[in-house]
Design a protein around this ligand. Structure first.
Ligand SMILES: [Zn+2]
Length: 137
């Protein structure tokens, strides 16, 4: 189901709780809502659709990847960039990101994975993991 986007920075600043296998419907809704907004958005976190659980969905090339409880375990090569956010109004804002990261996460079957990302996908993951921690750009 396509869900409404939360824009309230106070709600978005609340740290999300760990996701469990009971949150699969939220993951599906998140992916569907992201697909609906794909023209202006490359990734979303569950709190952006009003569910305070650590789930993110993002486009890795043309495919949507969903992660439960993503955690960045390594980051290398910081750089400055500008980002926008579907939840926030206004101009893109400056932020520090890392070119290469390692992320530990669970899939929808709660199986653990650890994977290295670089480039644009790495940037999106960092933005969405921040959302899970209640951090806005
Ligand atoms: Zn955002």
């Amino acid at each position: 189901m396509i869900r409404e986007i939360i824009h309230d920075p106070i709600i978005l600043s609340i740290k999300s709780k760990d996701a469990t296998e009971d949150d699969i419907q939220t993951a599906k809704d998140l992916a569907e809502t992201l697909e609906h907004h794909k023209d202006g958005c490359v990734g979303m976190a569950a709190n952006m659709i009003g569910v305070s659980k650590r789930i993110i969905a993002f486009y890795d090339d043309k495919k949507i990847v969903t992660m439960f409880n993503p955690e960045i375990t390594q980051k290398n090569q910081p750089y400055e960039t500008k980002e926008g956010c579907l939840s926030l109004l206004g101009e893109p804002r400056s932020v520090t990101r890392y070119k290469s990261i390692r992320v530990r996460y669970q899939d929808r079957y709660m199986k653990s994975h650890e994977k290295r990302y670089s480039g644009f996908a790495a940037q999106i993951i960092q933005h969405e993991v921040d959302h899970c921690s209640g951090i806005l750009i």
